[in-house]
Design a protein around this ligand. Structure first.
Ligand code: ATP
Ligand code: MG
Length: 279
């Protein structure tokens, strides 16, 4: 059995990529899945959010990608059973420049993860807010991309560029890649704007958009400062319940035991390849 690999990506900053990566992984682990979260952002927000200090010496994703350190050396357990982390640190900021001169520079992450795929049910990659080489590495390694979209003004801006990048990766580097889901984040049912964005996104991505809507929730933004996933910080909060529901919907959409093969993820209602020209 090999892991299904998902990249959480959107070049727009602050849309909820890391919050989604950490909390989706936490609830998948709680449900009994074996999870690896890969922090591929030099900001190391996912690493910090799980209570791991990115300044502490130790092997990180940088050493794996750039210095060919064995990936197993970098993986660390977290306080949640079943959830392992491949941590980032600030060194990653220089990695794009160093990767640029490498042979098969887009495939470094994919190759690095290969020895691990039997050990996990899902691997989730938290990507940085750019379409640079690190994100391309994430998309090249992944079976599916999850795109968080913030329910705010200009939410859809930049999505056509992202979809074009996805199509290029599909054509040139990774024919398995699919849009596994679009996730609406930070919604606020009290504002017309938020409701309008929800409608627009569902109209553009009728198959891909997750039913689960992530509400704006103070508890979700507080949990990382305690080094905790929301399930260990405020499990009854609206944000926690939403990520728990998302994990259930995710497992339904991408059941364990149905392997991603050379064709990619099984055809599911959510795994499509939307046309970037719709915008
Ligand atoms: P970056 O592009 O910098 O990596 P990101 O897309 O990973 O950002 P997050 O770091 O997850 O986004 O979220 C941005 C900010 O919004 C953080 O302070 C986070 O705590 C907060 N946040 C995320 N989701 C929610 C939510 N549903 N409710 C309230 N605050 C949220
Ligand atoms: Mg982030």
């Amino acid at each position: 059995m090999t892991a299904q690999i998902f990249a959480i990506a959107n070049q727009k900053g602050g849309v909820g990529k890391t919050t989604t990566a950490v909390n989706l992984c936490a609830y998948l682990a709680k449900a009994g899945c074996r999870i690896l979260l890969v922090d591929s952002d030099p900001q190391a927000n996912a690493t910090t959010s799980l209570g791991i200090d990115p300044r502490k010496p130790g092997t990180s994703l940088y050493d794996v990608l750039i210095d060919n350190r064995p990936v197993q050396e970098a993986i660390t357990a977290t306080s949640l059973d079943g959830l392992d982390l491949l941590p980032a640190n600030l060194d990653l900021a220089g990695a794009e420049v160093e990767m640029a001169a490498r042979m098969a520079r887009e495939q470094l992450l994919s190759k690095a993860l290969q020895p691990l795929t039997c050990e996990y049910d899902y691997v989730v990659i938290d990507d940085p807010p750019s379409l640079g080489l690190i994100t391309i590495n994430g998309l090249t390694a992944a079976d599916g991309i999850i795109i968080p979209v913030q329910c705010e003004y200009l939410a859809l801006e930049g999505l056509s560029q992202l979809l074009e990048t996805i199509q290029q990766v599909q054509r040139v580097l990774n024919g398995r890649l699919k849009v596994a889901g679009v996730l609406l984040t930070m919604s606020d049912a009290r504002t017309n704007l938020s409701t309008q964005v929800v409608e627009d996104v569902r109209e553009h991505f009728p198959l891909e958009t997750f039913e689960t809507l992530i509400p704006r929730s103070v508890r979700l933004s507080e949990a990382p400062s305690h080094g905790l996933a929301v399930l260990n910080y405020a499990p009854e909060s609206a944000g926690a319940l939403a990520y728990e529901a998302l994990a259930a919907e995710f497992m339904d959409r991408f059941p364990i035991g149905i392997e991603a093969n050379s064709e990619g993820l099984p055809e599911t209602p959510g795994a499509g390849t939307p046309d970037p020209t719709v915008f």
